[in-house]
Design a protein around this ligand. Structure first.
Ligand code: C5P
Length: 242
């Protein structure tokens, strides 16, 4: 697998074990990882993660933990034991929650050792607007909260954040080059937008500073999904230096 393929994460947005297995068999070796979210995990549980791991592929466990520090840290340890490559929490859980998670993961699997998952924070969900924040008592705009929460995550020792393509520049500026940015909302120029509103192409997202792209329907809804994935990877490869 080359460095462009490693940066592509396929969103396994399906609701059965068999469908998930079918996608992993079809795309294994072509994408860097498979994202398991709340729907598939709630339906199939850790077995679906084990199935993907057994085929030698990596898993991004997208469960967005947000709870008291001890609970999030212990859930994180279970994610680590399951062998996931990346998982995430809500930065809105606060610095203590993130720092505790990092500390507990460090005890079991110190940074730099094999099997250490990437610990990723969600800043503000892209479904939230300034009005959503005001309704819950946050008077600062989304554009201010996103880099603020990204910096908090970085200071707590997290490895990166999930962000919309439009936010990538702001986060790079706030957090520097050594902080992973995972970006959904990516569409090849000829693909349907589906329900995504503000999108970038794979090349644009990488050039803006994204490290990993999460892409689902442009691959899963294509007549030839493997060819669609290969086309996306080719575009990514062209956008990556050297
Ligand atoms: O099919 P599509 O490429 O739109 O899938 C994108 C994936 O990324 C989905 O699993 C979606 O839930 C997730 N996601 C997103 N926008 C966010 C956060 C996550 O599309 N802001």
């Amino acid at each position: 697998m080359d460095k462009a393929q490693r940066r592509l994460i396929f969103a396994l947005d399906v609701d059965s074990f068999e469908e998930a297995r079918g996608w992993v068999d079809r795309l294994d070796g072509q994408v860097g990882a498979f994202k398991v979210g709340k729907q598939l995990f709630t339906r199939c549980g850790p077995d679906v993660v084990r199935m993907i791991r057994d085929r030698g592929a990596d898993v991004f466990l997208d469960l967005k933990y947000h709870d008291i520090p001890n609970t999030v840290a212990m859930a994180g340890i279970e994610a680590l034991r399951l062998g996931v490559w990346m998982f995430n929490v809500h930065a809105l859980g606060g610095p203590e929650m993130m720092a505790r998670l990092v500390a507990e993961v460090d005890k079991v699997c110190p940074r730099g050792t094999p099997g250490r998952p990437l610990l990723i924070a969600v800043t503000i969900l892209t479904s939230s607007t300034d009005d959503t924040l005001r309704a819950i008592g946050i008077d600062r705009p989304v554009g201010e909260m996103v880099p603020r929460l990204a910096r908090l995550a970085q200071q707590a020792g997290m490895d990166g954040v999930v962000a919309s393509p439009q936010e990538v520049g702001l986060i790079r500026q706030a957090c520097g080059p050594d902080f992973a940015i995972v970006t959904p909302g990516v569409r090849p120029a000829d693909a349907a937008l589906d329900d995504q509103k503000r999108v970038m192409t794979p090349g644009e997202a990488l050039r803006a500073g994204a490290d990993y792209l999460v892409i689902g329907r442009p691959i899963s809804a294509a007549a030839d999904p493997a060819a669609a994935a290969a086309g996306i990877v080719a575009e990514m490869r062209a956008a990556l230096p050297g």
